[in-house]
Every structure is written in structure tokens, then in C-alpha cells.
Write a protein that binds this ligand. Sequence first.
Ligand code: SF4
Length: 918
Amino acid sequence: MSAIEQTATPLTATQQTQTTCPYCGVGCGVDISQQNGQLLPVAGDSRHPSNFGRLCVKGSALHETISHNGRLMYPLMNGQRSSWSQAINLIADKIQQVIHTHGPDAVAFYGSGQLLTEDYYVANKLMKGFIGSANMDTNSRLCMASAVASYKRAFGSDTVPGCYEDLEQADLLVLTGSNAAWAHPVLYQRMVAAKKANPDMKVVVIDPRRTATCDLADLHLAIRPGSDAFLFTALLAYLGETNNLDHHFIALHTEGFGSALETARQQCRSLKDVAGQLDIEASDLAQFFHWFADTPRTVTFYSQGINQSATGTDKGNAIINVHLATGRIGKPGATPFSITGQPNAMGGREVGGLANQLAAHMDFSAAERDRVRRFWQAPNLAERPGLKAVDLFQAVKRGEIKFLWIMSTNPLVSMPDADDVKEALKHCELVVVSDCMADTDTAAAAHVLLPAASWGEKNGTVTNSERRISRQRGFLPPPGEAMPDWWIITQVAHALGHADAFNYSHPADIFDEHARLSAFENNGSRDFDLSGLSAMSRAQYDAMAPVQWPVNAQYPQGRQRFFDDRRFYTDNGKARFIAVAPELPAPRTGGDLIMNTGRVRDHWHTMTRTGKAPRLAQHISEPYADIHPQDAALRGIEDGSLVRIFNPRGSLLLRAHISDNQRTGEIFVPMHWTSRYASAARMGTLTDSSVDAISGQPELKYSAVNAEPFRPGWQGFVLSRRDIGTPDCAYWACGVFGDDIHNPGMVYEVAGQGDAGQFVDALRQRLPDQPLKGQWLTLSDPAQQHYRHVLIVNNQLEAVIFVHKDLQFSNRQWLTECFAQSELSSQQRRALLAGQPADAPDHGAIVCSCFQIGEKQIIQAINNGCDSSDALGKALRCGTNCGSCIPELKTLLASHSAGSDTQPAALFSDAACTAVEL
Ligand code: SF4
């Protein structure tokens, strides 16, 4: 094993660290500090140009997610602890054997936008330069591959033209396929501030759902799902018809305008027809077209609602077309702007993390292959693009991939047709998973598990959605034997006999090579150029300030906007219009509802980190399905009940949330819950494997499903001081609670059929009453399936089990607070079986996670005269920290400004319960 230089220095009493949030593509700077050996709550870095000190609630809770609970500490081979050298040698031997027997294309890597650029660089170099296959793809294929493909078609390069400042300088902000308020909250806050500063700014939100982002909208177009390309193609026809075109720009700097416009005209003959295709009012469409035509400073901001589509590349080009037609690119406040989901999706694009890229924004042309081969001195450079994610896992299932290494991602949850991916892994001879967490759906399917260092322990760089490279700096030592991903990959490279080519002792060495490759024989021919960041000393790398690429002789401080010089990276230097003939999603079989998927405000991806923070578990504590009232009524589904969402591929059990924010015929299911957190909530099991023919990005927003009520015989909840594993019942969902971020309690929502008494008895067997001499308080009524059992150990609350035929017990706040008591008082003990003292306040569901302000408190304050989110902030502090809840505050203001607080009566009164001490 080769040595590694220190990558993380534990903080001393006075040390501070500037690093970057590991969640979304906004890439916020984070200040880390500690006092007396204790990590303080994180703060936004006021000097970081992406967030200027702001953080959303996920970023604000980062320090709550760094406990070692659930971490993978040591290498494991077939479930047995091994040494690093045993694991590395096994992997290298298998790769060599597979190459020898089946060729390099039988080897595959599947990476992640969570990897740092340095990790990504060495993984890509090993696979494409030395193993000799391009079967290195990444979960970024699920995120923004269509945006990449559309940029390359239009600009000849994967170039993000604009920057975050453009959002503030625009007079018209068009958000399409983006719930920025929840998915990119700090950018949304910048938009909110910009609109406040410029009340004339117009905001249009295009989304089938009415999301929190619509709170900012002057106009919401709730279009038919998947019809975005119709809208923007029709807009191009309208701009042509009304002569709102930049003829000079079109003539001098673009090609293909005539055929794009003609195609648009043929497809979109009248406003009324188009409005019919989109299923919106023609007057709303006309209003949007009018604003667009009249507003030179326009930004079109788009994300997964555009990209995660079987026609996502065309959608991206339809958007770019209208910006090219009006010359709105490369100017302040005027750009098409695709926002990435992951923190380092852009870094992956830079190094060639996608199977159809080679490296440093070079592809597989003969000249580019030759250039990269000479730079790497690569003996086996891949000759052609590799398999994209969906194709890759299908090849695994066919037995064509014999060795698969999955790095920092959880495809058994996130891939479409996720159960098929689960099945596919059974057909692979060796599956390696490197991850920081031990208990993921994908880790459970691996033969070899490699413990990776996590955020806070890693050192390297990430690139955000505006091309800004920021340092991620380690400030904690990795636990156990966890190691950085770049180190793990280079050790395998060494064992394969490539020590000279992978001779790095620090991520700075890798970054330097990455920067030099970007500059190699570039001479302005490629957009991605970090020549100005090569040959940095270790101290310069450590101190590197956030900077937007390119960084070179022409742009030594980085470049804010591309294409301000009207020069594109096509052969003739002109941007290309793409003739888009829009298509609605193909009809789906398997159900009469269309399922859309996406994020919730306080969770990230598959919850491996955010699931550890009690504060983040409170906003939405269970997996759910949003259903329109008409669809719910038709199926007998009640708000708050359990619902089965199913199609021939699989079945989910979720909490029904009935809401007219949905269109009829459509439901929404969040993407986050895994087998670790719920009995059946992996939305990927219901999505099919349709992909965009150009980008290979899967359609994750349009799956046919059915919905029906699930009527359990009983339901309830369990609170426990410790993890009790997977409850044995039809439905469960779990999360964490409490103030102790290192040892949070666990809360389980449960529901089942059959005898609730048996369920309670089985659960009690898992709780540690015997060795700890615990004391049970119980209330049991088998005829009503009504059980309340409370375990007290050493006069502290250890566990609570409440189960009833039709339990609707919403306020667990008091019970969870009792877990924090070092000693229970006699009044508290008496009240435990009631679940609350008679005078306990019920604050309702938590809306403001930062200050733990509940919905009922907010409604009360509105009834007391608070008439704005500012007024609520003054009265309750809600919305005054990260601001993520402000859209919900405004929704409550809108619906309760003349209403009254309706505190539901407690289901069980104190007097009705008799405590029985056993
Ligand atoms: S918006 Fe929130 S999740 Fe995204 S980078 Fe910033 S703090 Fe992190």
C-alpha cells in the first residue's frame, strides 16, 4: 500500500476551515469552526460568490450528519472483514482475469456526482486509459446528460454560458422543470432577493405541479407533463411570426435557423392548438410569449424536469433555440441555464465521467484519442464510447459485465426499473461497492465493500453549476480504515501494474495533472482550460479560492460568461439551431395515472446523510404520494391514509397526501426513501427504462401507475432510544428524532394486518428490558387492537409503542422530549400512556426546521395579525435563518389569513388511560 499524505487535520481550538456543501449543484461555501474540541453549527461562507453566506436547511444541518453511525469502517469481502491489501489484490486479480478471458469491455465502473474531481479523474483515467474500455458511467447520467448533449449540439462544447449573477440581472426569469425553492434553495433565495430589489422583474414557472417555487411566480403554466418542447418550439414560431428576432446575431453567429423555424412553424400552427397540446389557457400562453418577446434580459433556468425525459435533449435545444433566435446569450441577465442536481456533476463532466466522453472535454475522435493517449502515455486507450448507465446495467444482467465497481452511489434505489438492476447484480461475478455507508440497498448486493472517506474527511475540488471550482477541505480524520476514493482507485491501479502512471500522494498532484491535460495542445480550441491553475504549489492548492473556469492567460481570474465574444466551439465557430419536432411522451401501459418524481425540501438523494439529522427528518417524515382530490375520491383514497402505488414492475406503500397542487391524472412521489428507511418506497422500482436516444438519460418523470387504498387492520408508531431494525409489518417508515445528533432516537410509523398484539409482543422482544431491568407500563385492549406500551429503564424513557385500529395521534413532540429527560418525574410517568400531559401544546407539523416552528403555531400567529412572512419571522423567528420554509409560510398566509386555528382534540384523554406497571 502506498503512503498517503495527511488529508484532514483535526481542528484545534482556533482553527477554521472553508469548504463546500456536498449536496446540490449550487455549491455553497461553508465555514467550519470549533471551540474546545466541539464542532460548532456550520455557517455559510460570506466570501463565497455562490452563496455569500447563505445556506439552506440541508447545508445548515451538515454538522448534524457527521456522526459515525452506520459508517462502513473496514474493507469487507463476502461479509468478512479483510485488510486493504487483501481487498485491493482480489479486485486487481479479478480485473486482470476478466480482461484476459473476456476483454476489457467486460469491466465497468459506475461513479457519482458525489465524487470529488480528483477521485473522478483517476477512476476515468484507469478505466479509459489503462483497462482499455470506456465503460465508466455515472449517476450524473440520471441528472444532466441531456443538458450536456443539447449544449454540445448547439455550441459544439459542453459549455454553461452564464452565471448566477445573471439570475439577479434578468428582467424575466423563466423556470422550467425546476422546483428551485426545494432543490436549489440558495439560488431560489437569490431570485427572491432579486425580485424584491426589482419589482418589475417577471417570473414564469413552467411545471405540471404547483410547487413551492410558484410562490415567486407572476405566471404559472401547469403544462401537460412532458410537453415543454412544444412550448419552446411554439415560442420560436411566435418570435419568428412577430419578428422578435436578433437578425444580426442569427446571420453572423449561428446556422440552421431557417430549418429550425420552418419545423417550428409546421409543428405549431396556432396559439390555440399549442395551448391545447399543453393543456393550459391560450391567454396564459400568449402572456408568456408576449413577456418573452419583449424582455431582452431573459434567463431560462432548467433542471431535472427537462433533463429526465426520453426527449430531454430536444427539450434543451428547444430552449437554447429561443435564446439564439433573440441573441440572448453571453450577455448579463440573458442566458439559457441548466442547473445540475449533484454537487460535482460538473466536475464529472470535466474529467470525462460519462461513458461517451474521454477526458477534459475531449471525446473519441481519432485526434482527441491520440492526444489523450500521448498525455497519459496510456497503453490501452479506449477506442470508442462505453455503455451509458441503463445500457450498462442491462449488460450486467445479460452477464456481459463480469466485474462492476460502484462508487459512492446507490443505483438499486436511483436507477429506473430498480428491481431489475437489483436482479442484474446477481449476474455479475464480482460487484465492488466503495461507499462511506455500510447499510445501503446497493451495499447489500456487493461481494466487496470498501470504506470510503466522507464529506468533512475528504480533500479536493468540486465544480458547481456556474463552472465555479471550489475546494472541499477535510477537517475530520476518517473513522476506522476509511480512505479517500482517489487513494482506493490508485491502489488498484498500482496492483494492476500501473504505479508510475498513478503515482500520487495527495489530491493536489491529481488536480495538477487534470489542469495540465485541459491545457494540453489546447490553444483556445477547447472551452475547458485550467492552464492557469497548473503547477500550483501545495500551499496554493490548499488556499485556492473559488474560481469559474476557464482559468488561463486570457482569463487569469476566471471567466464569468461564455459567448460574450460570439465565438462557439463548432467547426465554423457558429452556434447551431436544432430543428426540434416536439413529441409528447409515448403512451405508457401499466396504469391510468402518470407518476412524476423529485426531491423534498429537507432530504438529499437516498438519505444516507440527511437521514441522520433529526432536524431534517421533521419536515416530511414519511414517504408519500401527492394525489389530486378527484383522483383520490375516484379511488376511495383519504388524505393521510396509506395508498398502494403499483404497476407491473413493482409496488410502493406510501402516505397519501391529497392536494390540488397536482393535475388530475398525475401523482408525485419523492425519490429519497430506500429500504433502509421504509418498507416499500423505492420509486425507481416503478419507473421504466425508456431513455433519451441521444443522451441516454432515463425518463424518470413519466411512468404509468395505479393507485388504490391500503387499509391496514391497525397502525401506530414506535419511538425507541436505539435502532430496533426492520419492523415486521406491512408498512413501516423510520427516521430519527431528538437533540443528540450522535445518538438520535428512532421513530417508526407502522401499520399492518392481523393481530396487533403479536406485533407488539414481537417488538418488545427486541427491546432491552431484561438485561437492563426495565419496567413496562401497558394499556391493552385486544378487541380494539389497541395497545400502548411504554418501557422505562433506570427511570428514563427507553421505548414507546402505540398501536390502534384507527390511530391518528399526530403530536409526538412531548413524548420525544421525554426521551431527553435524565429522570422522569411522577407526573410525566403518569402521562406517558396518554402520550401527552393534559395541557401539552400541539405545535403541528414542523414547517421551520431551523427553529422548530410548527404549522399550528404559524396559523395562530396569522390569526393574531401576522400578515407577511416578515411579520411571522419577527413573531416566531420562522424563515429567518435559511429561508427554505418561506414559500410554505406564504402558502399558510394565503390560506389562513382570515381563518382560525383549529386545534384537533386529543384522541385519547389523560383520564381514559390507566397505567399498569408490570
Ligand atoms: S443550496 Fe443548500 S444543499 Fe445546495 S449547496 Fe447550498 S446549502 Fe448545500
